[in-house]
Design a protein around this ligand. Structure first.
Ligand SMILES: Cc1ncc(COP(=O)(O)O)c(C=O)c1O
Length: 457
């Protein structure tokens, strides 16, 4: 076969794997219109995310195949890089005590009992739910496989035909859950990101007699910052609205404050509500184990009456396959390790994150991170340099998350570093060196101090 004359996309007989625009208006064999095959519908969809598509197809730090991993060192082809794209904040994915716990659960339960939860629950589920409720301090909790499942199925139930007040920068999965609810008759009103005064304005203008749900992130997945949770909770209470919080990135990292805490993240990693000492009144708190606990599982902290209702109303509880047993096992073992060694892991995370933030500050490189939480985004002054900046990082052994348009608006294009407890001080040192050199080659946004001393602020 001549690869020039017969490139891979032409070899398949499947219309979708050929370049769709190559076949305009070919008639179908049975004479019926074949609009979906040849009218370019997929090309048009792909064109809406053309920047991302280009990066996916050409950039070594997107859609990469990782060949091997040792600690937080990953091998792609013949190149070893430090992984800053992992969200396994506590390093539990690599924890030997947790890894060793898995085989015993597999021996007892097999790899995957495929009952939906309503059909049958291994006893591991109620065990985990009891531990989660105790950890976060909620009346009850309900496990489902992912946060995405929760948003899609629980938001529509909570709001019915009422109104969702959606944070302007809510995570895409919350937005999608709101769109499912809209399909069932809910109204969606956006309020400016993190702006509780604007929220209060739009709440005042709404009908207090209809159900109202405020949906937003806890610790933000891009900036690493937390909203003013006490203010949002108070406003929800004042207006009789329900507050729905997705704390995918806070749970496991930050938690209740204590006089003997080992770091500013607080203790226990029991999430944003406990960190800011905000009660669960009027609140449904959602978080997952797939980041800090490295396990495919998520939960809703909620009153028992709502839990019982969701068992017959939330489709994933009724129909979806469950989390694999290995994930239930790593969650149980992870909760145990969190009790014994979690605060030490969080202290390591705090130390390494602060070393990185201090270095950025000293180099005059701006990051939106003002919280000290371990998500550190570095925006570019010129978003068109994203391709080259990513390549520079890759070639200098640093594997970061590319924040390209339309994942973020053009003025926030850059890269994101997540520190985990499994990173090392040496890796942080090398990263800082590379960022310093990167700063000499490319236009990064300057921190306020640096801009002021250059006469720009
Ligand atoms: C804020 C937020 N919510 C939800 C998700 C998706 O979580 P899951 O994989 O459990 O569906 C993510 C994933 O990155 C996230 O950052």
């Amino acid at each position: 076969m001549d690869p020039e004359r017969d490139p891979p996309h032409r070899r398949s007989t499947d219309g979708l794997s050929r370049r769709l625009s190559d076949f305009p208006n070919e008639p179908s064999p049975n004479g019926k219109p074949r609009r979906r095959d040849y009218d370019g519908w997929l090309d048009r969809w792909v064109a809406t995310v053309s920047d991302l598509t280009r990066l996916k197809n050409t950039h070594p730090m997107m859609d990469a195949v990782i060949d091997e991993q040792i600690g937080r060192q990953i091998r792609i082809g013949d190149r070893w890089l430090t992984d800053w794209a992992s969200c396994n904040y506590l390093g539990f994915d690599l924890d030997q005590e947790i890894i060793d716990a898995v085989p015993e659960y597999l021996a007892r339960w097999g790899t995957h009992p495929s009952w939906s939860r309503l059909l049958g629950n291994p006893v591991l589920y109620p065990e985990i739910e009891a531990q989660v409720s105790e950890l976060v301090g909620s009346e009850d909790s309900l496990l489902l496989a992912t946060i995405t499942h929760i948003h899609m199925s629980v938001i529509p139930v909570l709001v019915g035909d009422g109104t969702i007040f959606l944070d302007g920068r809510a995570h895409k999965t919350i937005y999608d859950g709101a769109m499912v609810a809209a399909g069932h008759g809910a109204n969606v009103v956006r309020f400016r990101h993190n702006d509780h005064e604007h929220l209060e304005e739009v709440l005042r203008a709404s009908d207090p007699a209809s159900p109202r749900l405020i949906a937003m992130d806890g610790v933000n997945s891009m900036t690493g910052n937390a909203p003013d949770m006490p203010a949002f909770s108070r406003i929800a209470g004042d207006h009789g609205a329900l507050l729905y919080v997705d704390d995918a990135h806070g749970f496991g990292v930050i938690g209740e404050r204590a006089s003997d805490e080992l770091s500013g993240y607080g203790t226990k990693g029991n999430g944003i509500m406990r960190h800011f000492d905000v009660p669960y009144d009027n609140t449904v708190y959602v978080a997952g184990f797939s980041k800090s606990y490295s396990s495919l599982l998520a939960f809703i902290a909620l009153p028992t009456r709502l839990k019982d209702a969701l068992k017959v109303l939330a489709p994933p509880y009724l129909y979806s396959g469950p989390s694999p047993i290995s994930s239930l096992a790593t969650t149980i073992a992870g909760l145990q390790v969190n009790r014994t060694r979690g605060d030490r892991a969080r202290a390591d995370l705090w130390r390494m994150t602060h070393r990185l933030l201090d270095a950025l500050h000293e180099m005059g490189i701006r990051t939106p991170n003002t919280s000290g939480f371990p998500i550190v985004e570095v925006p570019l002054a010129n978003h068109e340099e994203i391709d080259d900046v990513g390549r520079y990082l890759f070639e200098h052994g640093q594997y970061a998350t590319m924040a390209a348009y339309p994942l973020v608006p053009t003025d926030e294009v850059g890269f994101r570093i997540q520190v985990t407890a499994a990173n090392t001080d040496e890796e942080i040192g090398s990263l800082i060196e590379v960022l310093g050199a990167l700063h000499d080659h490319f236009l990064l946004e300057q921190s306020v101090d640096a801009a002021a001393s250059a006469g720009l602020a």
